[in-house]
Each structure stands twice: as structure tokens, then as C-alpha cells.
Write a protein that binds this ligand. Structure first.
Ligand SMILES: [Mg+2]
Length: 273
């Protein structure tokens, strides 16, 4: 079965957390105090370009739709995105630890009578993931969330806001609980393409589906693509029962190793990265 029950995931993932914790104590040089990286006084080295706005402007034919997003999210016709948890310090060569969101970091569920597409419900899909992501940040990885939320089918702002708003809140809620700087990028259109790569992970673009990854690299001020050590974790891996192989293709398109959510969070991440 692709996704074992959460209690199984929690039980199996303990060793990975312990190994990470032990490793942290033995790599003082690599340790970064998460508290310092979330200091609001830390200068933002890479301010978000002015093309991303809130309200975001989405093009529908000859009309432009103004879509209000939950702060601090901003967006354009390609993505909505936010720096969550403070500004991210990105020295040259910083590797990216990239994660899909739904089915990888969090479940997507209905709550309080609201269907799952409009619910703000989030959780930690794996008991270990919160500590693992914090440990990765402490080791010097830039934590990036790349997730789909297409609103192509909508022509008016209200349904767009009713779907994108909760998605942004779910990612922001998760990031606030993890408590480290996170760059979150949400692909809002299957039609948007840059350099032959689609932003949405679903389409099979001419060159691939890594436009969100490339956007994240640019926003992090990275000069060269696919810094050594970077990787991407997702649950759309082409396994039996998976809804697709979008995440595996994104990693291939970006030129970085790919891990399924189970491989990563149930295993020993230090043996993988
Ligand atoms: Mg997913």
C-alpha cells in the first residue's frame, strides 16, 4: 500500500529523527541557530521582484482578474509565493531541500464541513517531518515548498480566492509550526511556461516541469542551477496508486535527486543526502 497509516509512519520514522539529532550534535560547524534565521531584523537579501503583487493579477482572455491573497503571499500569472518564517540567508553553494506539500508534508482533508479544496486544515503527514525539516535548515539547506494549485478553470476572482486562500494558509500554517524560513511557491496555471518548462508540475513541457524550481533558485539569488546536495521529495512518483509522476519528473527536470515521501521521512535522511 502506498501510504501506510500514520501510526506506522510515526513508528518507523523514529530512527531517522534520532540519527539526525545525533548528527546535529556532532557537526557544530554546520549548525545554524534556527532562532537567528527567523529574526525579523535579519535583512532580506533577495527581496521579491515587483512583478509579484497582492492582489495578484491573473489574465483571462482580454480581461485581468484581481485576486486577493493572504499576506505575505504575492503572485502573478504563473505562481503565488511567499517567504515564510523570516528572510532566508543563502550563501553561495547553498543546496535546496525541496518538498511537495500535499501528500508529502501534509494531508489534505475536509474540515468543519468545508471540502478539502477550500479547507485550511493541515497537519504533519509524518511524525518526524517537523524535526527533519528543522534539522535540514540547521545543516544549511534552503527549505523550499513547490506545490500545485491550478485555478485555470475559474474566470472570476471569488472562486480563485476561495481555493488559493486556504492553500496559502495551509502552507503558511505548516511553515509557522516548523518555525524556520521557508520559500513557498504555488503553481496556479497549467498553461504558464518559462524556458520550455511548465510551472505546474503536471504538464509535460518541452523542456520539463521545473519552472517552479528555477523560480525558487532565482528568488534565492542562486547563480548556478542545481547546487550540489539539492534534492526534491514528493509523493507523485509514478508508483502503483500514485496520481502521477509529477514530482519525480520535476526532480529530473531540475537535475536533482528525487526521493519519495516514504523513502525520505521513514528512512534515514542522512544516508540519502
Ligand atoms: Mg503531492
Amino acid at each position: 500500500m502506498k501510504q501506510p497509516a500514520n501510526d506506522v509512519k510515526q513508528r518507523l520514522s523514529v530512527s531517522g529523527v534520532q540519527r539526525l539529532a545525533e548528527h546535529q550534535h556532532t557537526t557544530d560547524a554546520a549548525r545554524v541557530d534556527a532562532e537567528t534565521t527567523t529574526n525579523e531584523n535579519t535583512p532580506c537579501l533577495n527581496p521579491l521582484p515587483a512583478q509579484y503583487t497582492n492582489p495578484a493579477t491573473f489574465t483571462r482572455g482580454t480581461t485581468r482578474v484581481q485576486v486577493r491573497l493572504p499576506a505575505p503571499f504575492v503572485g502573478n500569472d504563473e505562481v503565488v509565493l511567499a517567504r515564510l518564517g523570516g528572510s532566508l540567508q543563502v550563501p553561495p553553494g547553498t543546496p535546496i531541500a525541496g518538498f511537495d506539500f500535499d501528500g508529502t508534508l501534509s494531508n489534505r482533508r475536509a474540515s468543519n464541513g468545508v471540502n478539502k479544496w477550500r479547507s485550511t486544515y493541515w497537519d504533519h503527514l509524518f511524525a518526524s517531518s517537523r524535526n527533519m525539516v528543522r534539522a535540514l535548515a540547521a545543516k544549511g539547506f534552503a527549505i523550499v515548498v513547490l506545490t500545485n494549485e491550478s485555478v485555470d478553470r475559474y474566470k472570476n476572482s471569488k472562486p480563485m480566492e476561495e481555493q488559493l486562500g486556504p492553500k496559502c494558509q495551509r502552507v503558511a500554517g505548516w511553515a509557522a509550526d516548523v518555525g524556520i524560513p521557508v520559500l513557498a511557491v504555488v503553481a496556479i496555471s497549467k498553461l504558464a511556461v518559462s524556458g520550455g518548462h511548465s510551472f505546474h508540475k503536471g504538464p509535460k513541457g518541452v523542456a520539463g516541469n521545473a519552472a517552479m524550481w528555477h523560480t525558487a533558485e532565482a528568488l534565492l539569488g542562486m547563480q548556478s542551477r542545481a547546487n550540489p546536495g539539492s534534492f526534491f521529495v514528493g509523493d507523485a512518483a509514478g508508483r502503483d496508486g500514485d496520481h502521477g509522476d509529477d514530482d519525480r519528473r520535476l526532480a529530473a527536470s531540475a537535475g536533482v535527486p528525487f526521493y519519495t515521501e516514504d523513502e525520505f521521512f521513514l528512512g534515514d535522511p542522512l544516508s540519502l543526502i
